[in-house]
Design a protein around this ligand. Structure first.
Ligand SMILES: CC(=O)[C@@H](O)[C@H](O)COP(=O)(O)O
Ligand SMILES: NCC(=O)COP(=O)(O)O
Length: 240
């Protein structure tokens, strides 16, 4: 079964636009859970333009599904993960000024660095995932770090999918097969939506989790949050 983890960054963007607490992020996350999501993802960035570090602290005690914190493992991120002990930490290489994630790790160049971080996260009993491009060499480098899982960076898939689905998915299937052969768990995310999700999941049925934010929250403007989550779960063949 492929789990859906709803990324609530965009709800925090909306909340921050007016400086108040509307929408209430904690309530919205709990509603996502009530509507069927199997996880909540946040990606606090150093400028706190959407998720604030305090949001992460507020969410942890109330969530009942898998909490996934994504980000660059700088000192502040690591302190947060140590305090919150989420189900999963996903390491993303974004610089502080990144508009959004735009690449996976170079797991060969940064192998020792990642090994140290993974070791530390495991001491805290946090499952680890490393954000990587669909490149077998990067998957192999990730396996060397001792990580539990990788998350395939799916923007290139999403870009090419409308014109050539088979070509778009081919490198992802190859990378996924390599990950499976190496014993790595597999997640995927970035720019997944109601059009491209089903095909990806059909081609890689052993995908463990997808984290989806931007498109899902945009869809919720039209369909409502509850219906939208149900629509995404249906794409993943969940029993809804
Ligand atoms: C790692 C990843 O692909 C997502 O976390 C994405 O970066 C969302 O972040 P933003 O909501 O800041 O675009
Ligand atoms: N890890 C990907 C994620 O959390 C959401 O990315 P997006 O759907 O906002 O592009």
């Amino acid at each position: 079964m492929t789990k859906l983890s709803v990324n609530i960054n965009k709800l925090a963007t909306l909340r921050n636009a007016r400086g108040g607490n509307n929408p209430d992020l904690v309530k919205a996350a709990l509603d996502c859970e009530r509507f069927g999501t199997q996880g909540i993802t946040v990606h606090p960035r150093p400028d706190e333009r959407h998720i604030r570090y305090q949001d992460v602290l507020d969410l942890k005690p109330v969530l009942s599904t898998e909490f996934n914190i994504e980000g660059r493992p700088d000192e502040r991120f690591m302190r947060l993960v140590e305090e919150v002990r989420p189900a999963q930490a996903t390491l993303v290489p974004d610089g502080p000024d990144a508009i959004t994630s735009n690449a996976g790790w170079d797991t060969l160049t940064h192998q020792h660095y990642l090994q140290d971080i993974i070791r530390q996260l495991k001491r805290w009993d946090v499952r680890t995932s490393i954000f990587v491009d669909a490149d077998e060499r990067m998957v192999e480098g990730a396996a060397e770090t001792g990580t539990d899982r990788i998350e395939l960076y799916t923007e290139p898939y999403a870009q090419l999918y409308p014109s050539n689905p088979a070509q778009a998915v081919a490198p992802f299937v190859k990378a996924a097969e390599r990950a499976k052969a190496l014993g790595l768990g597999l997640n995927a995310g970035h720019d997944l939506d109601l059009h491209n999700l089903k095909f990806l999941q059909e081609q890689i049925p052993y995908l463990m989790e997808v984290s989806i934010g931007h498109a899902l929250i945009c869809d919720a403007l039209y369909f409502g949050l509850e219906n939208t989550i149900q629509l995404y779960l249906r794409q993943l063949n969940s029993s809804v």
